[in-house]
Structure formats: C-alpha cells, structure tokens
Design a protein around this ligand. Sequence first.
Ligand code: ATP
Ligand code: MG
Length: 558
Amino acid sequence: MDEAMKPAAEEARNLNFLEEIIEEDLKTGKVQSVITRFPPEPNGYLHLGHAKSICLNFGLALKYGGETNLRYDDTNPVKEDIEYVDAIKEDISWMGFQWAKECYASDYFDQLYAWAEQLIEQGQAYVDDQTQEEISKGRGTVETPGVESPYRNRSVEENLRLFRGMKAGKYAEGEKVLRAKIDMASPNMLMRDPILYRIKYASHHRTGDKWCIYPMYDFTHGQCDSIERITHSICTLEFDVHRPLYDWFIEVLGIFPSHQYEFARLNLTYTLMSKRKLLELVQKEYVTGWDDPRMPTLCGVRRRGYTPESLKLFCDRIGVSKRDQMMDIQLLEWCVRQDLNARSNRYMVVQKPLKVTLTNWEKGKVEWFDCPLNPAEPEGASRKVPLTGELYIEQDDFMEEPPRKFFRLRPGGEVRLKYTYIIKCKEVVKDADGRVVELKCTYDPSTKPGGGEWRSVKGTIHWVSTAHAREIEIRDYDHLFLKEDMNSIPEDKDYMDYLNPDSLVVGTGYAEPALLEDASGIAVQFERTGYYFKDRDSTDERAVFNKTVALKDSYRPE
Ligand code: ATP
Ligand code: MG
C-alpha cells in the first residue's frame, strides 16, 4: 500500500481497539466466530453504564456475524432477586438486542464444583481453616509478600474430604474456605491463594437450598465464559488485575480458552452509576423508584422519554476507550434531541398562560387549522388545531418594555400565531397590583397562511384556544446531583449531600386537544419548548408528561 494513503485508509475504517483485536483474531484463525456475553449480576436495575456494555457486546457480535449470550452472574445468593432478572431482560429487549442464550452462572454450579475437585486432585487447591482476618493478614501487602497458610500442605485426600464436608453442610459459615494454591509472593495480590469457595447458608433464587457453598467471582466468570465458548469476554478496566487469574484457571483446568479484554467504564456528569448507591436512593425514597425519570437507570430514562436509538447514538459517539472517561451528560441530551427532532410529533402547549382576546374575532367562531405533525414532512400526517377569539400565550412571549432584539409581542406590536394569523396588541389589561392579566389584540384576516399574500413578521409564537385547552401535569426534571463529578467526593462528605433538592418541579400546561390523542409511543415536542413523554401516572382526567429534554441548548458536540 502507498504509505501516504495508509493513515487515511485506517481512519476511514475507524476501528476501535476491540474491533482491531477481533479482526486480527478472525484473520489469524485464532477464533472462527465471535461470541460475546453480557454478564449482569441480578442485584439491581441496569443503568446507562450497562447500556454501553450492552451496545459493545451485542454490537460487536452483530458486526462480525456472531452471537451474544445473556449471562446472569448470580453467585451471590443474598443480594439477588428475580425482580432484577426480569427487569434486565426487559431493558435489553427495549434496547433492541436479542440474546442467543439465556444463561445463569448458577446453572454451572455442578461443573464448577467438579472443577474445584479437579484442582484439589491436581494439588492446586486446599481447604483453609483460618479465619477471614487471618487470611487477609496472611496475604501481606503490595510491598511485602504474604505468608503461607498452615493448612496449605494438606493432602489431596484430606482436602477432598473437607471440601465434600463443606458442601454437605458440616461446617459453619466462615469456618472453612477453599483456596487455590498459587503463589503467596506474587506481586499480584489476587494470585496469593485466592478464595474459590465460601460457605453461605442462604437460599439462592434459582438453586434454592441445594448449595451451602458458593463459588467466588474469579472462580466463576472465566469458566462460565469457557463453557459457553465465549471468544471475547469484555469487561471494565478494574478487572485487568483479575486477568492473570482468569487465564490461570483456564490453563490449569485445560478448558476452552476464552480471553478477557478490558475497556473504560462510562461515567456521566451530575449522576452516579453504582447499583449499590442507586438502590440506596430507592430504599431511602429520595426517588420514587428504580424507574424514577431522574434515575440513570434504563427504566428511568425510558420513562423520561429517552429512546434506544438515542442511547445507541450516544454509545457510538463516546467510542471505546482504555482510559477512564467522564462524559458530559449534555452529549447524551444532545443525542436524545437528535433522535427526537427527526421523529417526534409536534404540539402546542402553553405553560405560563397569559390570556389574549381577539377583539375583532366573530363571536363563537371556531376555525380549524390543519397543521403538520412534523415540519420535516409538511405533506405527512397532520393534526387539527382550533382557533377561537380567546387564547393563551406564554407570559414570556409578551413584554411591556422589551429590549431591542425582542421579536415577540409588545404593546402596539405584531406577532404571528404559529400556523395562523398575525395579531396586533392593542391594549394591556392589568390587575390591581399592576400585573398584566390580559392582552386585547386584533387579528389580520388577510394573513392566513396559504391564503392571499404573505406578510411576514419577525416573531412567531405558540398558543392554544382557551375553550379547547386541556390541562395537563408537567414534571420538569433537573440533574439528580448538584456536583459535576460525583466520583470525586471529599472524604468528609457523602454522595447524598449533593442531592439536588430541585430535581423535580411539577407544573401545569394547557395543551391543544390533539396532544391527548397522540399515538406515536415516543416523546412529543411541545413546540418551542422541549420534548415531553407521557407518563404512566396519567389518568383519563389528567395526563402527566415528563420533560425529556429541553429543545435548545448552546451545547455542541466536538
Ligand atoms: P455496579 O458497580 O453499578 O454494580 P457492576 O459492574 O457491578 O456495576 P454488573 O451487573 O456486574 O455491574 O455489570 C454487568 C456488565 O456491565 C459488566 O460487564 C460490567 O463491566 C458492565 N458495566 C457495569 N457498569 C458499567 C459502566 N459504568 N460502564 C461500562 N460498563 C459497565
Ligand atoms: Mg458487579
């Protein structure tokens, strides 16, 4: 290849480092096809960080004609719940991905147990009677090597007998553990005889009371990958120190060689992505539930009106990095806007109403206007909007003494009512306190769009006919936390100290009637304001809309 052409060609392909690895593996024949897995622990609802992992795992398999398993990493019986298992499936399906197999680490408990016995027989695992404290202490520190357990050199027979006893429930929790016999002086602390099994008398959501010993993460994950013949096991950066152990088990057991690769986890400004902390927010009722629209959970953003398409666009834009990244939540909001701008239906809703009376309007007359649901498709579907002689406009669209560049309504000034006539403000009516309560205006019948000659004015404002206005509840959301980087909280502070007390503001809106008939199933645009998604709290009497994202923002992605 021409050297000068090379960078451009590479750039055009724009592969991320995982794609590079996969393409190399396919080319050299190291793997025949790509099999990935998404391995959530069912101890909480999925969040936006998981969306990144989902897009990566499913996306890579799709791109290279492979498959992705959904694997529940369910080795901790105490924190796990069937509620989470179901919610995770719902979220992945909502994202638009289909898993090849639904797997559970707990389905492999028999095989894992057999492998533990195999290690004992190979002289590579032993039962340790030390207490948790003794084991921790014996591990040493990063600077000093550990000391070997006094139980380290038990015979194979004794270890087998004791381990079977552990399984049979002969011992109390904490009395014994099974450890791998690796190297107590290894510079990698995880290689200093890691614990493989601990005793836990807890019912498991799938295996019930069959087991009272449970395998540790490190003794589970790689072997599950191997059983499922996962070729590329992708996880977050903090697992890179686990990789030698992952490889060690695969090697000494002589099983299918899955490989682990690490990428940087996603962090977002003004929010948190730890299931433990999100659970605490739910339990302490700082939010209404896992699907509170302020939550960074997938069910939360779904209820808020974010679309799977916008999340995929976001994951695409942020790419895959090997260094930890703090992403600007505004980029995510920009992605949501991009998607909704193209697809959402438009309606007019007034949120801070100011009454306008058209003094020259024929009493009792209702004129219906055919207005496109999406201005990008003027010939597409439309809705009917009624105009009468009494309207609401936004208070902010009128100023008695406006600054120079104010193009909306002012005393004596003109403005176009969106889709209809130009009106002129003739009189400002005030209450006893001097507040503006009504504008008396005239409309110019010659300015009907599509009829006669087009006269233009600088400002166009939205409006609703008061007689037709439908009152709706509007829930306006702000960031859940006030601090931009919630990963760096000072020692003397708690993350709860940064909760935004104004993250939810409930208001009222006056909507054109067609809004209540919208059947698009996605967020709609309230013209000139933002995107809003109908909430499940809506009743026949009162519709509730969640603000998805504001319409405009100065933010521009790089
Ligand atoms: P949490 O700390 O929120 O509990 P976790 O990593 O323990 O997260 P798991 O259920 O174990 O949650 O995660 C399933 C998969 O999603 C793992 O492969 C994990 O690496 C990935 N994942 C979790 N959080 C993020 C994140 N913020 N960004 C990218 N991937 C993530
Ligand atoms: Mg986890």
